[in-house]
Design a protein around this ligand. Structure first.
Ligand code: 3HC
Length: 274
């Protein structure tokens, strides 16, 4: 998601740095973005000039401290782990100017859990994009109790300038709005499957053809990533202590087998290059 969020920012005209842990990961991100952009140009969805200029505005780096040293806004999209994110926010607090807003793309780790790892809790919030970030219009803007109102306003303005539609939450709740609705659908789909009511393909077909969802709940888990779904559930359990939040056994089995969905070629469905 990080690479697509960065591309969205570069396309909107912002000078953008995409930071990751290794050159290999960054090369992979650049290749994936370039082929997405080439495809969009060939289908007449974007102008070649706009894409080329956006690619020039997008710097890729493994040196985060330098990349963020002058930036106004950081959107963190690291692994869904509280420990990892707290460490990153602590470092960002040292590496960025005092004015910089620090946002997390997490859907489950609410920003109040990260804010106190910085010396600027009033400039910390969640900015939650949806997968695939290049396509999906919604971004949830979620302040914690101590986020300054001006920071929320600036974030809403940023979202608008990215050509996205901002959904402003009045207070934090793990999963926010869209993922909570999605979670209810996913839970029901998994229960129907467990009870042997219908196959994965038919449950997905019902969601697509009866409800006009663009994808069924199982296809969507494969798109988002079984690993991500699994980690989100664990993070919610850690935050709430609610055992009902734990990953569904079928999701856990796929996760433990390393079947993460599209990214590994197998999840609920099997994928090949075609
Ligand atoms: N990345 C970027 N662009 C993509 C893409 C991807 N992974 N997949 C598809 N697209 C774009 C492409 O431009 C594609 O056109 P192309 O194939 O000609 O290049 C265009 O979307 C249409 O794609 P398809 O014809 O393959 O299929 P669809 O019309 O079904 O669209 C979809 C694909 C946009 C992914 C659509 O199926 C959809 O909206 N699915 C639901 C997605 C959704 O619900 N996302 C939210 C997930 S929850 C989440 O992200 C929260 C997080 O916290 C977990």
């Amino acid at each position: 998601m990080g690479s697509q969020i960065a591309m969205v920012c570069a396309l909107a005209g912002y000078s953008t740095s995409l930071v990751d842990l290794s050159d290999e990961l960054l090369d992979g991100a650049r290749d994936a973005l370039q082929s997405r952009m080439d495809r969009d140009v060939s289908r007449g969805r974007r102008a070649r000039d706009d894409v080329d200029r956006a690619m020039e505005r997008l710097r890729l780096s493994t040196d985060r401290a330098t990349a963020v040293s002058e930036c106004d806004f950081v959107i963190e999209a690291a692994a869904e782990s509280l420990e990892v994110k707290r460490r990153i926010f602590e470092d960002l607090d040292r590496e960025t100017p005092r004015r910089t807003i620090l946002a997390t793309n997490s859907s489950n780790i609410v920003s109040s859990q990260l804010a106190d790892s910085t010396t600027r809790p009033d400039r910390v919030l969640n900015l939650h994009f949806f997968n695939p970030a290049l396509v999906m219009e919604c971004v949830e803007v979620v302040p914690h109790d101590g986020t300054a109102e001006t920071v929320v306003d600036t974030s809403m303005e940023l979202v608008r300038s990215l050509g996205k539609s901002g959904v402003r939450l009045r207070r934090e709740i793990p999963g926010f709005v869209a993922n909570r609705i999605l979670g209810a659908i996913r839970r029901e789909a998994l229960e129907l499957h467990d009870a042997g009511v219908a196959d994965v393909e038919d449950i997905d077909r019902a969601a697509r053809t009866a409800l006009r969802h663009p994808m069924g709940p199982f296809e969507l888990m494969d798109l988002v990533g079984i690993d991500v779904v699994h980690l989100i559930r664990l993070a919610e359990f850690e935050q709430t202590g609610d055992e009902g939040a734990l990953p569904h056994p079928a999701v856990r089995r796929l996760y433990e087998a390393g079947h993460f969905g599209r990214k590994t070629g197998r999840g609920w469905y099997t994928y090949d290059d075609s």
